[in-house]
Design a protein around this ligand. Structure first.
Ligand SMILES: [Zn+2]
Length: 352
C-alpha cells in the first residue's frame, strides 16, 4: 500500500515535470477586470471647489480610507477662499485633485483654442500649487463636451491631448459605465456620471452601486456642495452614502477617477510574458501598448497559474511584491513596464 502511494507520487511528479516542459514559454493568466479582483469600480467625484468638500467630505472619506477626485476650477477655489494648503493636504493623502478648467466657462460658447488654453493654464497653475501630483484628468464645466453634437466632439478632441480621460455628466439612460464603455479612445473622454442633485439621486445611491456590481461596471457619482454652496448634498446624506459603500467594499474598488482610467487602459492593452524559466524560478515581463508611460503607473492585479508550484517570493524591479495563493493560482499586483517580475517557488507542489 505504502509502495503504491509512493509510486503514485513519483508518477504525479513525472507528469508535472513533463507538463512544465510542454508548456515552457507559455503561461496561463488573467488580468483582473478591476484592481484586487473586485467586481466593480466606484469613483466619488466632486466639482468646482466648494468649502464643504474639504471641511465635511474629506474628513468623512478619510474616516473610511476612501479616496475621492476633486475637479477644481482655479477661479472658483479662489472666489470661495478655500486654502490651497487644505487642497495640498488632501492630495498628499491620496485624493486626486483634477482639472475643471481655469475659469469654468461654457465650452459650447467659446473657441476651441480658448478651451485648450483653459485646460493648459489650469494644469500649469494647479501643478505649481500642488507639487505632489500632476493633473491628468478633466471634468467638463457644465458637462459641455459630453454630448453628441459636432461641437461636443470637437471639444473632446481639443481636451484629449492634455488628459488621460474626462468625465461628462449623465449621458446614458443608466447611472453607471458598463465594463466595455470605451470601445474607442474618444469614449475615455466621455465618461458617464450620475449627478447627485436631488432627493431621488441621493436616495438611489445603494441601488446604483448594486446595479454597477451586477454589470461589472464603473459608477462615478458627481457631487457639488456638501453641506454648503450649490447643488447641496447634506453632510448626513453623504455620510450615509459612505456607509452604503463600506457595506459593499469587498465587491467594489473605490478609487480616484484617474486610477480607474489608468487601470482600464493598461489592463486592456497589457500582456504578461514568460521570458525565463528554471524549475523553481520564473521571469516574467508585463508590458502594455500605451505611450506616455509616466501617466500610467497603476498596478494591475494578475492571477497566474503556477502549474501546482507554491510561490515563495515575488519581486518586481527589485521590490518585494505581496501575494496570495489560492490552489495553484498566485495573485499579485504588478505595474506594466516597471521591470522584470521574478517569481521564486518553494520546492514543493500544491496538492490537487
Ligand atoms: Zn462645475
Amino acid at each position: 500500500m505504502r509502495l503504491m502511494r509512493f509510486c503514485l507520487v513519483i508518477a504525479a511528479c513525472l507528469f508535472t515535470v513533463t507538463s512544465i516542459a510542454q508548456t515552457a514559454g507559455k503561461i496561463s493568466y488573467t488580468i483582473a477586470p478591476w484592481y484586487g479582483n473586485k467586481k466593480a469600480a466606484v469613483s466619488l467625484t466632486f466639482d468646482d471647489g466648494i468649502p464643504g468638500q474639504y471641511a465635511v467630505a474629506v474628513p468623512l472619506l478619510d474616516k473610511y480610507g476612501f479616496k475621492g477626485t476633486f475637479f477644481m476650477s482655479v477661479s472658483i477655489v479662489n472666489a470661495q477662499h478655500i486654502s490651497w494648503q487644505l487642497i495640498r493636504d488632501a492630495a498628499m493623502e491620496g485624493h486626486e485633485i483634477a482639472n475643471h478648467a481655469l475659469t469654468h466657462p461654457h465650452f459650447i460658447k467659446i473657441a476651441l483654442d480658448t478651451i485648450a488654453l483653459e485646460c493648459v493654464e489650469s494644469n500649469k497653475q494647479m501643478d505649481a500649487l500642488i507639487p505632489s501630483q500632476r493633473m491628468i484628468t478633466h471634468a467638463y464645466p457644465f458637462g459641455e463636451g459630453g454630448g453628441n453634437t459636432d461641437k461636443d466632439m470637437a471639444i473632446r478632441k481639443t481636451v484629449a491631448p492634455y488628459f488621460i480621460g474626462a468625465r461628462a455628466t449623465q449621458n446614458k439612460p443608466y447611472a453607471y459605465n458598463t465594463y466595455d464603455f470605451a470601445k474607442i479612445e474618444d469614449d475615455y473622454y466621455n465618461v458617464n456620471s450620475q449627478m447627485i442633485s436631488d432627493s431621488a439621486s441621493m436616495a438611489n445611491f445603494g441601488k446604483n452601486i448594486d446595479e454597477t456590481i451586477a454589470v461589472g461596471g464603473w459608477f462615478c457619482p458627481t457631487y457639488h456642495g456638501i453641506e454648503d454652496g450649490w447643488i447641496i448634498t447634506p453632510g448626513k446624506v453623504f455620510a450615509q452614502h459612505l456607509v452604503e459603500l463600506e457595506k459593499r467594499k469587498d465587491s467594489v474598488w473605490i478609487a480616484p477617477f484617474k486610477h480607474v482610467i489608468q487601470y482600464h487602459k493598461e489592463r486592456n492593452s497589457a500582456t504578461l510574458k514568460l521570458i525565463g524559466k528554471k524549475a523553481w524560478r520564473w521571469k516574467l515581463s508585463l508590458t502594455d501598448t500605451l505611450s506616455n508611460r509616466k501617466n500610467y503607473d497603476q498596478p494591475l492585479t494578475i492571477n497566474l497559474g503556477t502549474n501546482r508550484l507554491l510561490a515563495k517570493s515575488i519581486v518586481q524591479n527589485k521590490k518585494q511584491v505581496p501575494f496570495k495563493q489560492k490552489g495553484d493560482i498566485v495573485i499579485f499586483d504588478a505595474i506594466p513596464g516597471d521591470g522584470v517580475i521574478e517569481l521564486e517557488f518553494e520546492h514543493v507542489y500544491v496538492p490537487r
